[in-house]
Structures are given as C-alpha cells and as structure tokens.
Unconditional design. Structure first.
Lengths: 88, 250
C-alpha cells in the first residue's frame, strides 16, 4: 500500500467542485498513490468541508517536484503581497 | 478451462451483508450460473476504495468458476464516488484491522452458506487488501488459501502501529492455517524486496506452505491496467499463477 503518510491542517477558503462553489475548512495532504495522475506516488491535497455529510472535496494530485515548486510559488506571491502592504 | 461451445452465464449484483458487529453493509457478489458445487473467493479491496477494478476482478473470479464476494469495507464511511470515500478513509488513517477482519469473516461465511458452495474459500487482496488477506489467513479459521498481492506493511515497525493497526501481521505468521500465494514486484517500495524476504523467512521458520514470486521488472500494483505501474507480462503470469494455485488448493 499505500504509505499512509497523511498530514492535516485547518484552512479557510473556498473552492469549486462538480457541485459548484463551497467553503472548505480543512486540507488533508498525503504522499501516497494518486487516483488519476500517472505516477506511483504523488502529493495529494484534499480540501474538504469538515463534518460535511456530502463528502464535498476539491482533490489535487501533484508530482512531488510540482508540489515543491508550488510551495515556492505561493511563498513568492505572499512575499510580494506583504511588500505591497497586504495583510497576511 | 472454457471452450467455445460451453454454456456460460453469470450473476453479478450488489447485495446486503451482515458484517462486523452485525452492521449491515453492502458487498458485490458474482457467481457462475451452473448447478455444480463451486469454490469461493473473498476479495479485500485496496486503499483506493471499493472501485471498478475490484468489481471487475470479482466478476473475473466468477468467470473462472468461483462464487466471489467483495465486501464494501468503507460502507460505514458514507457513500459517493469511490475515490471520494477512499480520500475520507485515508484521512482517518484507514479502517481498523478488527473491523476488516469482522467483515471478511462474514463474507466467508456468506459464501460457505450458499447451497451450491463446495465449502472451500480463498481470500484475495491487493495493496492494503493484500496485507489484510494475510491477516485474515492468520486470524480467521475457515479459509483454505490466501492470495496476497504486494501487501505492504505486513512487516511493520513499532512506530507504524496504531489503534487501528495494533499488531504487525508478521507476528501472526505462526497462526496461518492455509497455504499462501504471494506476488510481489522487485521495484516496489512497500513492500520492499527486503520486507518480502523477512515475510518469507517467517513463513519458512513456522513451516508454512507458501509460494512467493518476485517479478523483476515490476513495482507496486502491476495488475492495474490503467496505471503506469501496469506490467503486462507480470500481470499475465500472475493471473496464471493465481488460477493454478486455486485449482490445486480449492
């Protein structure tokens, strides 16, 4: 299987799935087999609405390198925003 | 062996099953339409869920003459598309071993109670299901054969144990009551060839009947035809070994 590597964090955001936009409150990050991406292992991020009975989920599967690149890109954006005086 | 002028028919459907703790769950069941007594197979689905591949494989066993059942081990976690339910279960750290074993036991009893059962049942699983198939062979009385395909975490370190998976399956090896067929890939990272070696040594130590095969050019999940891990030669040979093993043991 199946590394069972999973990390969870509370987040505040919105995403758009097949049933439209919804607010999510948690991100589950696993380093495990993807469902769709053609890789043995990937970084899988599920943005979910905690305690939702509808299993609403935005699912992302990234190659490990893409995940690292994305982290740097997000940090770059945050730094630029901070310099412009945006609150974080 | 199927020949072209044989009658061939199959029934395949979702059924209700009384599972662990007498919970009502659902299961996918397939059987050949004939009047002869047939052996059975219980399929333990993998961590990606109770998905299409498992239903196809349940029908594959029925096509080869087995009454086959795949209990939905994630039934208690709600309903939706299989990958969404699997993501939910993954976030919860999987399902407890005790619950899986309870569901699998009831599935085996369901098969054995069929009026056309020959009384012999194997347990089959891939990935996390491979691990649980071995666990079932060790902890449940009544199975006649185990087919473990690339079962990761049969060999567990202390720090990997949890409330849901409190014992390393390897520790139950002495209790295995039936022959086991194991199929593995040399390029797999879970289980690694070293872990498969430890697994094999433990079986040897306890004089268990086992047949392990390691495919050199394969990694994890080499039966999954829609994944990059698919290895046609290993897959073809693996299925031949499975049906040969079942013919000899059931």
């Amino acid at each position: 299987m199946c590394t069972m590597i999973i990390e969870k964090t509370k987040v505040q955001g919105s995403g758009k799935g097949n049933k439209g936009w919804f607010k999510f409150s948690q991100a589950n990050v696993s380093f495990d087999h993807p469902t769709h991406l053609h890789q043995d292992y990937s970084i899988n991020i599920d943005f979910i609405e905690d305690h939702s009975k509808e299993n609403k989920r935005i699912a992302i599967e990234l190659t490990p390198k893409s995940a690292k690149d994305l982290i740097h890109t997000i940090l770059k954006s945050l730094n630029k925003g901070e310099k412009m005086g945006l609150k974080i | 062996m199927y020949i072209t002028n044989n009658y061939e028919g199959m029934l395949a459907e979702t059924i209700s099953l009384t599972g662990h703790n007498n919970d009502e769950i659902n299961a996918y069941f397939a059987r050949p339409l004939n009047t002869k007594p047939v052996p059975g197979v219980v399929l333990i689905h993998h961590l990606p869920g109770w998905d299409e591949w498992y239903k196809e494989t349940t029908r594959k066993f029925a096509h080869h003459g087995f009454a086959s059942i795949s209990p939905n081990l994630y039934f208690r976690d709600g309903h939706g598309e299989p990958d969404d339910i699997a993501a939910k279960v993954r976030a919860q750290g999987g399902v407890p071993d005790s619950q899986v074993i309870g569901d699998v036991t009831k599935a085996m009893q369901y098969i054995k109670n069929l009026p056309y059962s020959n009384g012999k049942v194997a347990v089959f699983g891939t990935c996390s299901g491979g691990r649980q198939a071995f666990l079932a062979g060790c902890t449940v009385k009544g199975f006649d054969a185990v087919i473990e395909c690339w079962g990761g975490r049969v060999v567990m370190q202390k720090e990997e144990l949890s409330d849901k998976q409190p014992v390393s399956p390897l520790d139950y090896t002495k209790d295995l009551t039936c022959p086991i067929l194991g199929l593995f890939g040399a390029e797999d990272e879970s289980p690694t060839p070293e872990q498969v070696h430890i697994h094999e040594e433990e079986l040897k130590k306890h004089n268990k009947s086992y047949e392990f095969h390691m495919y050199e050019s394969a990694g994890h999940g080499f039966f999954y035809y829609d994944k990059p891990v698919y290895r046609p030669e290993a897959c073809q040979d693996g299925w031949e070994k499975i049906f040969d093993f079942l013919e000899r043991k059931l």
